[in-house]
Write a protein that binds this ligand. Structure first.
Ligand SMILES: C[S@@+](CC[C@H](N)C(=O)[O-])C[C@H]1O[C@@H](n2cnc3c(N)ncnc32)[C@H](O)[C@@H]1O
Length: 219
């Protein structure tokens, strides 16, 4: 079962989302510099839209989708403010897309998941999400997942590497790479009590450990 959008809407409507840092994640920009992003691109759980905005501005064919109408409204405002009004966003539930009769999004050569996979804490939603990724990713295409890691203290939902390995162990996938990386968040009322010894930098950002996985759809 997917989570209702209300909780996510409230994070955007009240500006309490710890993941809104006003810029793309460096790990995603590094993927682009490494030539790992190509063709038609999907940004599932696009949130404030930083990755869709940056990649649209760089000339990529990318679409950002989010379960939360407030996130999509935020991302559209953000794109306009950043001078990229052509960045495309729409409301879509990635979990529901696993088994819906129609697939209104089409298929993609590259899917760039920044901090969505780790939010699916129940097995049913997570396996449905992986099925949706398989449906939406072209054979031979790639899914990149940047997910918060439980290897060190951090905030928010965090996962072990085995969850990524196990989730993509089935037929139709090959886990090509899985390595430690970082995700940047900010301090808000939503995570202030989870920070412990984490360092807040001069710009208010907090760097936490994350996994970066590259998964190929093989069939
Ligand atoms: C932790 S935020 C990450 C946002 C952004 N990708 C980033 O890294 O800043 C997770 C986002 O996924 C969205 N989300 C949660 N469940 C979803 C689902 N089933 N389908 C699509 N988006 C979903 C939330 O609304 C939220 O915007």
């Amino acid at each position: 079962m997917t989570q209702a959008p209300d909780m996510w809407n409230s994070a955007y409507d009240n500006d309490t989302a710890p993941w809104i840092i006003g810029e793309p994640q460096p790990a995603i920009l590094a993927l682009e510099r490494a030539g790992r992003i190509r063709g038609r691109i999907l940004d599932p759980g696009a949130g404030a839209g930083e990755h869709t905005i940056a990649l649209t501005a760089a000339g990529y064919d990318i679409r950002g989708v989010d379960l939360s109408p407030s996130a999509v409204a935020y991302a559209r405002r953000n794109a306009t403010a950043k001078g990229v009004p052509g960045a495309r966003f729409e409301v879509a539930d990635m979990v529901a897309l696993a088994d819906s009769p129609d697939n209104p999004l089409g298929t993609f050569d590259t899917i760039v998941d920044s901090a969505l996979f780790h939010v699916f804490s129940d097995d049913e939603a997570r396996t449905a999400y992986v099925r949706a990724l398989h449906r939406l990713c072209e054979p031979g295409g790639c899914v990149h997942i940047l997910a918060l890691s439980d290897a060190e203290p951090g905030f928010g939902p965090r996962i072990g590497a085995d969850l990524l390995r196990d989730s993509f162990a089935g037929p139709g996938w090959e886990l090509e790479d899985l390595r430690p990386d970082h995700y940047y968040g900010r301090v808000t009322e939503a995570n202030a009590d989870q920070l412990g010894d984490l360092t807040v930098d001069a710009t208010g950002k907090v760097k936490v450990v994350a996994w970066l996985a590259r998964i190929r759809r093989t069939g």
